[in-house]
Every structure is written in structure tokens, then in C-alpha cells.
Design a protein around this ligand. Structure first.
Ligand SMILES: NC(=O)c1ccc[n+]([C@@H]2O[C@H](COP(=O)([O-])OP(=O)(O)OC[C@H]3O[C@@H](n4cnc5c(N)ncnc54)[C@H](O)[C@@H]3O)[C@@H](O)[C@H]2O)c1
Length: 271
């Protein structure tokens, strides 16, 4: 078997579509077997369509097309016991775990005074607690494997504030801190932990209805709109662009990179 991840197994949450699917396919192309976790059902508070069981089945088919094994699980990352049971079962079937990509999240943009307690709570519980749950169920398997790489998906909004996203920005700064905190304690097991900070990506979260909702929020203070500008002359990036950075962080090419923020952000955080 060839490839940068030959013989390895990767757990990816939010794998039914968008960036999570791109990560599953790219890591499989480099030889990894995949554990694909997604809620594949209604997401709370969001203004965009939710992922479906068909979306998750499509990810499974795409990984299998690359000749790799895949175990899919329909689980809400907020459900620690359910997530642990799914991941433990999948690791038993696939034999090991080397890479964790905590990617599942939601985004609920709104002007600050239109955010409800439910929106805030939903965002924090999925983006922060769900990410913590993912590390808690994945890391013990990496310890057993003698090392590995954990990638916590934050956002450009976790490096430089982006407007009209109080809950999301709060959650993504938390994820950035969480990566460093885990990196410190897991280093002795040869486990690296980094946070990932993409700019806008063309996925259901980053397009369509979302743009309309964001537009409504921007209308409350148009002076802030340029804060979303990428330094490079591109309006939006593709899931496959982010997947290349995930592959780098998952592979030995980054073997001495830990406790860092890695940003495929087209320079938005310096604009
Ligand atoms: N799209 C962007 O512009 C952008 C920019 C920067 C960072 N991000 C981050 O990238 C990651 C992937 O986002 P995306 O753009 O692919 O969005 P997406 O909405 O297309 O995909 C997210 C996936 O996560 C799943 N998910 C959400 N909550 C879940 C839960 N509680 N349990 C299990 N699965 C759950 C969804 O069902 C969906 O399949 C997220 O962490 C997001 O915050 C996105």
C-alpha cells in the first residue's frame, strides 16, 4: 500500500458533506481508512439545509471508490456516550486510530441583539462541547497507537474577529485554546494537536441562504463588511483546498508541528 497515510485510520466528524467529506476523500486517497461521523439530520438554529443520510452514504461511496475501508456512524457529537460507543466500535473493526479531525460545527450569524439564548447555547454545545467530546473519545486510541495527529477545526473567526457572529466567534476562539491545552498534555504520547483556521469555504454553511442571512446582519452596520475580505483576490475557497492542509497536518510532513494555528485563510486574518 502506498500513500502518506498508508495503514492509518482517521476519524472525521461532520463527514457527510462539505469540508468533512473532502477530508475523508483526500485522506483515503493517501491510504487512510476512515471513520465518518455525522448527525446526518436536522441541525438546530441554522439558516441552511441540514445534511441527510444520503449525504453520509455518498461520502461512504466516495471513500470506498478510493479503495479504502470506511465505517460510518450517525451520531450527534454532543452525545458523549453515543460518540464513544460508535468510535470504539469502529476502531475495533478497523484495528487502530491515528488521526482525529474534529470538524462538525454550526454557524448562526446575526446582529448581536438578535441572537437568542438558544442560538448561543446550540453553537457552544456543538462547536465547543462536541469538539471536546470528539477528542475525549479519540485520544485514548491514539495513546494506544503510540502517537498521532488531532486537528481541531476552528475558523478565521477563531484568529481574527469576524463581525455578526458572537456565538460562532466565541466558540472558535475556544476551539483554538482547546487545541493548545490538549497539545500540552498529549505531547508526551507523541500526539500532536493543532487548530485549523479556514476563510470562507464553498459549502452549505458558507453559501446560499447563509449569504442572505449575513447580508441582513451586515445591513445593520455596513462599515464592518470589509472585515470578510481575503488578502488574496479570491472570494471563497473550496473544501478541497482545506483538505490539503488537513492532509499536511495528518501526515508526517508536519511531524514537529504542534500547539499551533494553521490557517488556509487566503490572508483574511491580516486584512
Ligand atoms: N464554510 C465556511 O465558510 C467555513 C469557514 C471556516 C471554518 N469553517 C468550519 O469548517 C467546518 C466544516 O464546515 P462546513 O463548511 O463543511 O459546513 P457544513 O454545514 O457543510 O458541514 C458540517 C457537517 O457537520 C455536521 N454536523 C453539524 N453538527 C453536528 C453534530 N452536532 N454532530 C455530528 N455532526 C454534525 C453536519 O451535519 C454537516 O454534515 C466547521 O467546523 C466550520 O465551522 C467553515
Amino acid at each position: 500500500m502506498t500513500g502518506q497515510l498508508a495503514g492509518k485510520v482517521a476519524l472525521i466528524t461532520g463527514a457527510a458533506r462539505g469540508q468533512g467529506r473532502a477530508h475523508a476523500v483526500r485522506l483515503a486517497q493517501e491510504g487512510a481508512d476512515v471513520i465518518a461521523v455525522d448527525i446526518a439530520g436536522p441541525l438546530p438554529s441554522v439558516a441552511y439545509d441540514s445534511a441527510t443520510p444520503e449525504d453520509l452514504a455518498e461520502t461512504v461511496a466516495m471513500v470506498e471508490k478510493e479503495g479504502r475501508r470506511v465505517v460510518a456512524a450517525t451520531v450527534d457529537t454532543r452525545d458523549l456516550a453515543g460518540l464513544r460507543s460508535a468510535v470504539d466500535g469502529a476502531v475495533e473493526r478497523l484495528g487502530r486510530l491515528d488521526v482525529v479531525v474534529a470538524n462538525a460545527a454550526i454557524c448562526v450569524p446575526s446582529a448581536w441583539d438578535e441572537i437568542t439564548p438558544t442560538m448561543f447555547d446550540d453553537t457552544l454545545s456543538i462547536n465547543v462541547t462536541g469538539t471536546w467530546n470528539t477528542v475525549m473519545v479519540g485520544a485514548p486510541h491514539l495513546v494506544r497507537a503510540g502517537g498521532g495527529s488531532i486537528i481541531l477545526v476552528s475558523s478565521a473567526a477563531g484568529l481574527k474577529v469576524q463581525p455578526f457572529m458572537v456565538p460562532y466567534t466565541t466558540s472558535k476562539f475556544a476551539v483554538r485554546g482547546m487545541a493548545k491545552a490538549f497539545a500540552v498534555e498529549l505531547a508526551k504520547h507523541h500526539i500532536r494537536v493543532n487548530s485549523l483556521h479556514p476563510t470562507g469555504v464553498a459549502t452549505p454553511m458558507g453559501s446560499g441562504d447563509m449569504q442572505a442571512v449575513l447580508g441582513k446582519a451586515i445591513a445593520t452596520d455596513p462599515r464592518l463588511a470589509p472585515m470578510f475580505t481575503n488578502l488574496l483576490p479570491v472570494d471563497i475557497t473550496q473544501p478541497e483546498d482545506v483538505a490539503e492542509t488537513v492532509l499536511f497536518l495528518a501526515s508526517d510532513a508536519s511531524r514537529y508541528i504542534t500547539a499551533h494555528e494553521i490557517a488556509p485563510d487566503a490572508g483574511v486574518t491580516e486584512f
